[in-house]
Design a protein around this ligand. Structure first.
Ligand SMILES: [Zn+2]
Ligand SMILES: [Zn+2]
Length: 307
């Protein structure tokens, strides 16, 4: 399994501050970047952090509030200017495709294809190496959280055993590694002969949950995350405001991490009223020990199931 890299392109809610752009995250896997939301200013954040927008094929929109989407037409215009040819896939919650299309119509006509997909729950994109799925959240408008799940290793291929059994290296090895039986002359060889299944390793699970009030309805989808990235717009003293605007407090985010058995919690999507994040961090820590605060342009490289 190859490492996965996370880059926080923005960590502010509603309005940017001097040090924080509006919320978005990029995730690098297998040589491509997946983008989660695309607010205004996102292009510059990508340039500053080394995220290649030409290597973005998928943009997963959590919802269509302006502070999460306004960077899209500009990004498309830049892609066209740089002679992009690869198609671009855009995902948004159910019912919001017409609005997203309208936003895209502000960009110049492109030579590359733009494809739209409405999503609500379950798998939205899949390759042999990973799956992206989504789950409905609870916000003012339709909003989804996204879950990136890396394909785990079912076991370890033992080269020595394969050589002993005189299996020629190449496609036959790959078949056995995938769990298929092979035939060499009259002899059938099962994967168990060359695979050590005690060395199975799960893939990384990364959940991106912004713009929601906490509700158990998304617990199951994000459970056992290697990293839970959760919004923490407010402090506990603004509990009522969080409820009215359908956002979460840091303490609530901590509780979600604890109740869903996350290994690590990264808080993001902070209200501009919080200049110092220490208090938010402390409140989350009352519920869950392993907390980090996301900062703009920060990179995080993850290997295996170990944050
Ligand atoms: Zn937001
Ligand atoms: Zn919102």
């Amino acid at each position: 399994m190859n490492p996965v890299e996370l880059v926080f392109l923005g960590t502010a809610s509603a309005a940017p501050t001097e040090t924080r752009n509006l919320s978005a995250m990029a995730l690098r896997t297998e040589g491509e970047w997946l983008l989660f939301d695309c607010p205004e200013g996102c292009q510059q954040q990508m340039l500053r952090s080394g995220v290649s927008y030409m290597k973005i094929q998928h943009i997963f929109f959590t919802h269509l509030h302006l502070d999460h989407v306004l960077g899209l037409p500009g990004l498309i215009a830049t892609m066209q200017m740089h002679a992009r040819i690869h198609p671009l896939y855009l995902y948004c919650p159910e019912g919001w495709k017409p609005k997203l299309q309208k936003l895209v119509s502000l960009a110049p006509k492109t030579d590359f294809e733009i494809l739209f997909k409405e999503v609500q729950r379950g798998t939205v994109w899949q390759t042999p190496e990973y799956t992206v799925s989504c789950v409905p959240l609870k916000h003012e408008i339709a909003c989804v959280g996204y879950i990136f799940l890396q394909t785990g290793k079912t076991g370890e291929f033992q080269r020595k055993k394969a050589i002993e059994l005189k299996i020629p290296e190449g496609p036959l090895w790959a078949k056995l590694a995938k769990g298929e039986k092979i035939k060499i002359g009259p002899k059938t060889i099962s994967p168990e002969h060359v695979m050590d299944y005690s060395k199975a390793t799960p893939g990384l699970k990364i959940a991106y949950v912004v713009d929601t009030m906490p509700t158990k309805s998304y617990y199951n989808a994000i459970k056992d995350a290697s990293i839970l990235i959760h919004e923490a717009t407010f402090l506990e003293k603004d509990h009522e405001r969080a409820k009215q605007t359908l956002h979460s407090t840091a303490k609530q985010a901590g509780r979600v991490a604890s109740e869903t058995n996350a290994k690590q919690l990264i808080l993001t999507h902070f209200s501009a009223r919080h200049k110092e994040l220490e208090q938010l961090e402390n409140e989350a820590r009352q519920e869950f020990g392993n907390v980090e605060m996301a900062n703009d342009l920060e990179h995080k490289v993850l290997k295996g199931d170990q944050p």
